[in-house]
Design a binder for this molecule. Structure first.
Ligand SMILES: Cc1ncc(C[n+]2csc(CCOP(=O)(O)OP(=O)(O)O)c2C)c(N)n1
Ligand SMILES: [Mg+2]
Length: 548
């Protein structure tokens, strides 16, 4: 059998349900022959995003793959791969490589060299007989410990080499393992957490990958401790829970700001505690308990008073047992919920007028509020894009079940949300999968809306069109006055229709609810839908940059 067919077979054995792809690579044909559906994007960075969104929704339990050609195909995938790397998404990238007699020669592009900086591992198959070993190594690394994108480069002249069928028949799906933390460390940290006056639990996406949301709820209820999530961890804790503080990222909910400032002990679980513009910083003077599955995170941006290494679910189970054996719920936690209710209500009261505003052009906040009224968060998977839409959606959208929101952005390439939404829909066809993007974000990747149309992946794309890069208002001042540098133009509903999708343009707040209902119906009928809302250049944000 040929090497390329061996790879397709191994992907199937590992449970890949489809192949995100862009030509030219013989893997597309090999996958089709092996009854695996190729989903072809319009550009590689979106193809990577499709596999990324799929991997996130499946928590890496199913194999997500993207393949592309050597040189330009691999080069054009870069922003997608960098995003997956910075957010630790478990996915497999399969670029073709140049043929072996010239692959090392200037100026030919080498994926192995270039992507080494943005992958967890990259390896070139140098002999056909190695194919199973190389694939097993890559997939094992991708899945274990801190996940991440891995790459296997396939030299173009290797694909037709013969390998023995027995080698591929013997391939078994990679088995993985995870460990809990050092028991004595847990004991000490649990004591500190139990005795804290004002503890806050800070949950990251490690809780999502470990599928540990129920365990997190159990610990929070046991301690009566409020829980915030990171940008990537949003939906790890149900945001309709009385102990939910909401998300802390580039913008911060009122409760997160209040409780994080007041906290004496912060327990980071499944998070990296990275200092980053997309993360709420931890104010000084806290006792930090930090549980992560990657030692590189410990003592990285903050000194950890109680470092713990382990899988989020196993560590949460250990904490639950330790807290119980130390006497269970601590005293003095009776008023936590009522206090939090008050703080939440006071914050929301500051925003009631904006969220319900009747102004024209409309504020994006009104669009978000109407969306939340129209759609049960249990029925949807929502993601943002870079720019103001992220900062408007993040604090107010209430994500409930795990993975009902895809928060992303340790690298925040404009245009990423569209591919993630397509991938989410492939992973969860019964959900309404929605990406909120600005008009500049649409300019980056919007033509891949046609991928959703053509491939029958009925997502809903919301374009918040303010004919501007509003988030650049503080950065483009003189240049805008003199040369109009923030202005951009376009009629995106027209484009959506021209690409074969269902679309509407909405200009008045009273029309928002009806438009969402019609768009949802279109997606349920199998059509990809695009709603263009003509909005103001909104500059109000919830505590943006307050915790930097
Ligand atoms: C690839 C890439 N280039 C540049 C940026 C910087 N950037 C972030 S948001 C933004 C403009 C956003 O405009 P738009 O999508 O229209 O949203 P708005 O703020 O107007 O609501 C830019 C240039 C980025 N995040 N990614
Ligand atoms: Mg804009």
């Amino acid at each position: 059998m040929k090497v390329i067919d061996a790879i397709a077979r191994i992907l199937k054995t590992e449970g890949a349900e489809f192949l995100s792809a862009y030509p030219t690579t013989p893997l597309i044909e090999a996958a089709a022959k092996a009854e695996m559906r190729p989903v072809l994007c319009r550009q590689e960075r979106v193809g990577v995003g499709i596999a990324d969104g799929y991997a996130r929704v499946k928590n890496g339990r199913k194999l997500a793959v993207f393949c592309m050609q050597y040189g330009p195909g691999a080069e054009n995938a870069f922003p997608g791969v960098a995003t997956a790397y910075s957010d630790s998404t478990p996915m497999l990238l399969l670029p073709l490589g140049h043929q072996r007699d010239r692959a090392q020669v200037f100026p030919l592009f080498s994926s192995a060299r270039t992507f080494a900086a943005v992958t967890k591992s990259v390896e070139t198959i140098t002999l056909g007989s190695q194919v199973a070993d190389v694939m097993r190594r890559a997939i094992s690394l991708m899945r274990m410990g801190r996940p991440g994108p891995v790459m296997v480069e396939i030299p173009a002249d290797l694909v037709n080499e013969e390998v023995s069928e027995a080698l591929v028949d013997a391939y078994r799906p990679v088995k993985t393992t995870a460990a809990g933390a050092n028991a004595r460390d847990v004991e000490a940290a649990a004591r500190v957490l139990r005795e804290a006056r004002r503890p806050v639990i800070h949950a990251g996406q490690g809780v999502l990958y470990a599928e540990a949301s129920e365990d997190l709820v159990e610990l929070a209820e046991l301690l009566q401790a409020p829980v915030m999530t990171t940008l990537e961890g949003k939906s790890a804790f149900p945001e309709d829970h009385p102990l939910a503080l909401g998300t802390g990222g580039p913008v911060v909910t009122g409760p997160t700001l209040h409780y994080l400032r007041e906290a004496d002990v912060v327990f980071g679980i499944g998070c990296s505690f990275t200092r980053h513009g997309m993360a709420a910083s931890i104010p000084a003077g806290k006792t930090l308990i930090h549980a992560t599955n990657d030692e590189r995170d410990l003592n990285k941006s903050y000194a950890a008073d109680y470092p713990l290494l382990g899988d989020a679910r196993l560590v949460l189970r250990q904490f639950i047992e330790a807290v119980k054996s130390q006497g269970g719920r601590p005293a003095g936690r009776e008023s936590v919920r009522a206090d939090l209710d008050r703080v939440r209500a006071a914050w929301l009261a500051e925003w009631t007028a904006t969220l319900g505003s009747a102004e024209v052009p409309m504020t994006p906040y009104r669009v978000i509020a109407e969306f939340m009224r129209a759609v049960d968060p249990r029925d949807a998977i929502v993601t943002h894009d870079s720019g103001s839409p992220r900062d408007q959606l993040l604090p107010f959208y209430r994500a409930v079940p795990p993975r009902s929101y895809l928060g992303w952005g340790k690298s925040h390439a404009l245009g990423t949300g569209l591919g993630l939404a397509i991938g989410a829909k492939l992973a969860a066809p019964d959900k309404l999968c929605v990406n909120f993007m600005g008009d500049a974000a649409f300019g980056m990747t919007g033509l891949d809306f046609e991928t959703a149309v053509r491939c029958g992946v009925p997502i809903l794309t919301v374009v918040l069109n303010n004919s501007s890069m509003a988030i650049e208002i503080p950065h483009l001042v003189v240049s805008h006055d003199k040369y109009g540098t923030r202005d951009i133009g376009g009629r995106y509903a027209d484009l959506g229709r021209a690409m074969g999708g269902w679309s509407e343009r909405v200009e008045r707040p009273e029309d928002i609810a009806g438009a969402f209902a019609r768009a949802r119906k279109a997606t349920e009928g199998g059509q990809a839908a695009l709603l263009e809302f003509i909005t103001s250049q909104e500059t109000r944000f919830s505590n943006r940059g307050v915790l930097r």
